[in-house]
Design a protein around this ligand. Sequence first.
Ligand code: GLA
Length: 352
Amino acid sequence: MGIKKRDFGQSVDGKPVHLYTLTNAGGMEVTITNYGATVVSLVVPDRDGKPADVVLGYDRLEDYIAGKQYFGCIAGRYANRIAEGKITLKGTEYRLTINDGDNHLHGGRRGFDKMVWQGQEFEDNVGIGLKFAYLSPDGEEGYPGNLACTVIYTIGAANELKIDYHATTDKASIVNLTNHAYFNLAGAGSGQILNHELMICADRFTPIDSCLIPTGEMRSVESTPFDFTRPTTIGARIDHDDEQLVFGKGYDHNWILNRDIAGPCLAARAYERISGRRLEVFTTQPGIQFYSGNFLDKEIGAKDGLTYYHRGGFCLETQHFPDSPNHPNFPSTVLDPGSKYEHTTIYKFTAG
Ligand code: GLA
């Protein structure tokens, strides 16, 4: 078990950026940068013990600075979309930056993915990890309140990456943090993810309009291409003539998790038959955005000289539902002064 730190360059405003590599005895090696608190690579063994990097990313900081795919980053202050960037809190309307058509996406023009976080290595009784802190100032991208955030990545003896999220504010605000890793369990850059089998522990999802904003409905997945209650390959129904798939250009939707316990519960499982690699996602969050990499299109500058193509990775973003501030029937994303935002997500890797 150990952590190695090296330089990764400087941000545009001259802040030093580092790469931290965490290793355990199970053959897991995770590299994370304080730029966007981003997971840059995640190496895990296949069923024969052969290692591969299973997350998409870049080799160079410049590509993260210019990148628009949110590879591996922490998305915030509000991950996912807010219709027309409008929110109302305690009778006051706030206008957030519009950066996705007419809407607000992943925190705005310069979201948490483009910030230099303060990194700190640690060791505790679970294992080793990195604690990243970022103070988002009042008014940033239109959001009210100074929001103090910490994101803690921990690995232990098992091949699990645990992410703990914390935030507090000095004025009523909204918060929704997630990790935006793109996975390809056959290895990043090895091809499309359509043959991965996916299971999502959700009987319902939140349908969207043509701009990917939830309509407010919570719809049963039964007899639709959104039913992943039993393991089904991602590609099996992705091109079906279904209005929701047309709107999303594939899967780009929030599933409502069937939660039965307060702590982290199983949200999704993905399996790649050839390598035997399996990913299980556990979370305390109420939802998960399954995004099938529909906007990936010849992504140049990818790690190891590779190019990523359409649907070359998929995301399982544990989160609150998109556009929650404008849907009173969705779980609230409001954070008041004196309250704590706390969530945990675990990405667990096995092979067999
Ligand atoms: C999210 C969104 C997608 C897309 C990606 C980034 O997951 O839901 O629509 O914007 O981020 O490309």
